[in-house]
Every structure is written in structure tokens, then in C-alpha cells.
Design a protein around this ligand. Structure first.
Ligand code: ATP
Ligand code: MG
Length: 553
């Protein structure tokens, strides 16, 4: 058996199991699946699972299915189905089979009947509360339901009547008949089916009974011939029941479940339920708000599939839970864009500068490299004339020590242009500085080899006449601290400064920028052209990540 990797991903315990299973012939082809419930948009945690499942199968010439685990009609929606497909494809993965768990409802029903006929399942009339109370605790065994010993015939008949719609929601459930005193609570007669009179996004009104996740999932895996069913650690205690379902339902294929640690990231809400709350309460601008850790939010923010995949690889696959620093994700997008993104100048909070000794009607074109670390990206021409914009922060009337930017009497370098010296400034009626008067030195032109004198500060600018107005959206984490996990009131913990909108200007060649184009603005960081708010009249840039990094892998 050929077990050599096609492309090599880092080693991990699940990959080692796969290698072993192929070597011993336990499986002949790896089949994995990514099984989201279509009850929300995918987040970066799902991306970890997607990368793991698809890359593992790819590496060993196996198959990966995208399967919608849509067994709960109340919360599911086709909007989510479509967004999930789009996100998986955008991440760069092509599924082999596209399935819906709901397509297997008839098969699941038949398998439930197999259990009933074997005396391994019964219909219970107890209420949800009664069932919960009778379940016992970790230290106390549960007690048997008074309906536990119904005959097979009666159970078959009641289950058929459940399906026929004769009972109201919650009136009857089908339960497995295993062991109410099992040390594993999942074996204490778990519920297999419940009555839910609700419209299903895929099966419409065909069904009014729906299988529970723990019963449905192993059957779904077995029907598809999944070999390695990978899930997160919370399901570890479910594994014995997973195996029980496969065995007792007499499924022809035997998938195996393996658990890995879910991804947690600092200052990041990582649960569809909570993310939905943010959307529903309008705390954010939809599921794809650039502050959201959803795949669609990260895309709109400016993250690339490559950065996300590299991040997923780096964090690895382990069996112990941990929290990853959000800076690590930032690191991977910087790495990805470093040599790809055009480096250009954008001025936030502009301040006009008049270069008083520059000829009034003159415009000259200056040569600027597109990416100083990647000469292959070539050069561009940028206009320079008598009036330019710099940033308000790059001037101070009374600077502190070690302020090397503009102040009265000081000289700085304009990136790609000349040295300018500040001689005077104009204030408005409120005392705010609104214009600087500077002079330039023609000798100091960038690239001329001028060595006459040195200046300590280099600032960026744009030519006033040709500059294109732009809006910059600057982001900080949505939540302030990491207490979100057990904290039901995380909505009160939102960062009031998570979005800041600033106006400014960009170089005139940015007129051609298209949605999702990415740039590095000199001294600021990486920005993405926002696909939602950018129009033919207004460019809007999302800050992806600043240039500074304190994280090194
Ligand atoms: P959430 O709690 O955010 O709703 P979920 O686990 O309920 O997540 P599913 O749609 O059931 O969401 O998940 C699909 C797959 O993604 C599952 O196999 C699940 O284990 C995996 N997954 C979900 N969240 C994470 C995470 N944070 N890290 C790694 N894998 C995850
Ligand atoms: Mg779930």
C-alpha cells in the first residue's frame, strides 16, 4: 500500500493514524467529511477543521465530502448553506460529494426501526423534564422510564404514529435502550428521535420527527463510507455511543471517530450562537462585518485564503485545548501580503502643505518603487506639485524631544520626493492648524544621490490636486478581554472603539483599485478595498493589519 504523501503537511496524531490504517490495509482509501450545521456562517474555528479534513484526504489521494448536518429544522436556513459552500470554495477546497444529512432521513428512520425490532429502542411518553431528572448524575445512576418495557409491536406502532404526525412536539420521543446506570451518561437511554412540527429548509414538511445529532451523525458517516470522522474534543464521551449506533444499526461501513482540540483565539468570539447574537442585535454590520471572525468577515477585512491556511497549519492538530494569540493570525496575513501588496501612500486626517518656492503651475512625475522588497513589482509615477497633503499627526507646533517630523524650522524627507522645511503655519478661528507653509530643496530629490545633509524624519504625502478622497476604516478587537468563554453577557463587553472611520486621500493611481484589492499604505499597514461600501464615487479601505508586529513564529 502506497502511503507516501503527495504534498506534505506537518505531522499530527490523526495523520499518523491514517498512515497506519493505510499501511495495515484497515482502509484502502481515506474518506473524510466537513459536517457543518447550516445554522450560521463559518468562522475561523471551522477553517481549522476544513483544512484538517481536506488536506488530510488530499495528501493521501482520498476524498472529502461537504455534508450539511441539517437535522434541526428550526435553526437552519438555505442562506447559511450557500454561504458555507462559498466559504469552503474560497478557502481553496473542492469537495468530492455534497450531501445533506436530511437526504438520509428515510434511511435513518429504517435504522431506528432496526433498533426497535432488536429491543434496543423504545418510545417514551415522559416529558423532557422528567427524562432529564431520571437521567441521574455523574455520581448517581439514572432510573428506568415506566415505558421502557413496551413490546416491540407497541414501539413500532408508536414510532410510526410519531412519524404520521399524531403527536405534538415533546409528547413522545424514541430512546435507545441501553443502561440507565452506565458510568457514561451518554449511554443512559439517549434520545434518538423527537417530534418537531417545523418546516425544514431541504425536506419541507415531509417530516415531523427529526433524529438527534448523536444518532444521526454516525449513520451519516457510515452511509458516505467515511473512514476517519474527525470532530472536536467535546464529543469524546460520545464516541462509545457512536460505535454502538454503527454496530447495532448494522451499518455496512464502520467509520471511526477521532477528536482534536478546537481552536480558540484571544479576544475572539468563537461560537455561531454568539456571532448570530451580534448580528441579530446589530452590534455589527452583518455576518461579514470585517471585525467578525467569520470566513466572510475575514475575507471582507482583507485576509487571504493562503494566510488562513498557513495559520491553520502552524497551529497544528493536538488533543489538548489551548488558546492561540490573535497576533498569530495577523502574522500570517502580513507574511502573505509582504511581497504581493503594492506599497503606496495614503494620508489619514489630512493637513494641507503649500510649498511656497515650488513653481505655481508645475507638476512633475516622480519615480516610486511599487514594493521595496520585491523589485519585480516595478515602479510607478506619482505627481508632485506645489500643494500636497500630509497627516495632521506629522506636524506639531510645540514638539516634545525626539519628535523628528515637521515643526517650525525643522526639515523632513518626503517619501519618494524632496526634503521640505516648515517655515510657517496657518490656524483657523479655533486655533487648529489648517495649513503649513514649507520650502523644498531641489537638490534633495529622491534617487539623486544627494548626501549634503541628513534629516531624521521621513513622512508620506499625496499631491493635493490629483489625490483621490478615500475613507479608512480602522479596527480593533470586537471584545475587550478574554472572559467571553463562560460569560453570557459578552455583549456588554464589546469594545466601543472597535471601528473608527477616518477620511483622507490616496494617490491618484488608486482610482483603478477594485473591491478586495490589497495595499500597504506606507507607515500604516495593510488595507483592503471594502467590497460592500466602495462605490464608483467613494473608495473605502479596511485596515487588515498594522505594520507593527510583536509576534514571531
Ligand atoms: P459552533 O459552536 O460555533 O456553532 P459547531 O461545532 O456547533 O460550532 P458545526 O457546524 O457543528 O459547528 O461544526 C462543523 C465542524 O466544525 C465540526 O466538525 C466541528 O467540530 C468543527 N468546529 C467548530 N468549531 C470549531 C473550532 N473552534 N475549532 C475547530 N473545529 C471546529
Ligand atoms: Mg453545532
Amino acid at each position: 500500500m502506497e502511503t507516501k504523501s503527495v504534498t506534505s503537511t506537518p505531522s499530527n496524531f490523526i495523520k499518523n493514524i491514517v498512515i497506519e490504517d493505510l499501511k495495515t490495509g484497515k482502509v484502502s482509501q481515506v474518506v473524510t467529511r466537513f459536517p457543518p450545521e447550516p445554522n450560521g456562517y463559518l468562522h475561523i474555528g471551522h477553517a481549522k477543521s476544513i483544512c484538517l479534513n481536506f488536506e488530510l484526504a488530499d495528501e493521501f489521494k482520498g476524498l472529502t465530502n461537504l455534508r450539511f448536518d441539517d437535522t434541526n429544522p428550526v435553526k437552519e436556513d438555505t442562506e447559511y448553506v450557500e454561504s458555507i459552500k462559498a466559504d469552503v470554495a474560497w478557502l481553496g477546497f473542492q469537495w468530492d460529494g455534497l450531501f445533506f444529512a436530511s437526504d438520509y432521513f428515510e434511511e435513518m428512520y429504517k435504522r431506528a426501526l432496526v433498533l426497535i425490532r432488536k429491543g434496543l429502542a423504545y418510545v417514551d411518553d415522559q416529558t423532557a423534564d422528567q427524562i432529564r431528572e431520571a437521567r441521574g448524575t455523574l455520581t448517581q445512576p439514572g432510573t428506568n422510564s415506566p415505558h421502557r418495557d413496551r413490546s416491540v409491536e407497541e414501539n413500532v406502532s408508536l414510532f410510526e404514529r410519531m412519524r404520521a404526525g399524531e403527536f405534538k412536539d415533546g409528547e413522545r420521543v424514541l430512546r435507545a435502550k441501553i443502561d440507565m446506570s452506565s458510568p457514561n451518561i451518554n449511554f443512559r437511554d439517549p434520545i434518538l428521535y423527537r417530534v418537531v412540527h417545523a418546516h425544514h429548509h431541504n425536506t419541507g414538511d415531509t417530516w415531523c420527527i427529526y433524529p438527534m445529532y448523536a444518532f444521526a451523525h454516525p449513520i451519516e458517516d457510515a452511509i458516505e463510507g467515511v473512514t476517519h470522522s474527525i470532530c472536536t474534543l467535546e464529543f469524546e464521551d460520545q464516541r462509545p455511543f457512536y460505535d454502538w449506533v454503527i454496530r447495532e444499526c448494522e451499518m455496512p461501513n464502520v467509520p471511526r471517530q477521532y477528536e482534536f482540540a478546537r481552536l480558540n483565539i484571544t479576544n475572539t468570539v468563537m461560537s455561531k450562537r454568539k456571532l448570530k447574537q451580534l448580528v441579530d442585535e446589530k452590534a455589527v454590520d452583518g455576518w461579514d462585518d470585517p471585525r467578525m471572525p467569520t470566513i466572510s468577515g475575514l475575507r471582507r477585512r482583507g485576509f487571504t485564503p493562503e494566510a488562513i491556511r498557513n495559520f491553520a497549519r502552524e497551529i497544528g492538530v493536538a488533543r489538548s485545548n489551548s488558546t492561540v494569540d490573535a497576533k498569530m493570525l495577523d502574522h500570517f496575513i502580513r507574511e502573505d501580503l509582504k511581497l504581493k501588496a503594492l506599497r503606496t501612500m495614503g494620508v489619514l486626517n489630512p493637513l494641507k502643505v503649500v510649498i511656497t518656492n515650488y513653481p505655481e503651475d508645475q507638476v512633475e512625475m516622480l519615480e516610486a518603487e511599487n514594493n521595496s522588497e520585491n523589485p519585480e513589482m516595478g515602479n510607478r509615477q506619482i505627481p508632485f506639485s506645489r500643494e500636497i497633503y500630509i497627516e495632521q499627526d506629522d506636524f506639531m507646533e510645540n514638539p516634545p524631544n525626539k519628535y523628528f517630523r515637521l515643526f517650525p524650522g525643522n526639515e523632513v524627507r518626503l517619501k519618494h520626493a524632496y526634503f521640505i522645511k516648515c517655515n510657517d503655519f496657518v490656524k483657523d478661528e479655533n486655533g487648529k492648524v489648517v495649513e503649513l507653509h514649507c520650502t523644498y530643496d531641489v537638490e534633495t530629490k529622491s534617487g539623486s544621490g544627494f548626501t549634503g545633509r541628513k534629516v531624521k524624519g521621513t513622512i508620506h504625502w499625496v499631491d493635493a490636486k490629483s489625490a483621490v478622497p478615500a475613507e479608512f476604516r480602522l479596527y480593533e478587537p470586537l471584545i475587550l478581554d478574554d472572559s467571553e468563554d463562560e460569560n453570557a453577557t459578552f455583549l456588554e463587553n464589546l469594545n466601543p472603539n472597535s471601528l473608527q472611520i477616518v477620511q483622507g486621500f490616496v494617490e491618484d493611481n488608486m482610482k483603478q483599485a477594485k473591491p478586495l484589492d490589497k495595499f500597504q499604505f506606507f507607515r500604516h499597514g495593510y488595507f483592503n478595498v471594502d467590497p460592500k461600501h466602495t462605490t464608483s464615487e467613494q473608495l473605502v479601505f479596511n485596515l487588515i493589519v498594522s505594520l507593527k508586529s510583536s509576534f514571531e513564529v
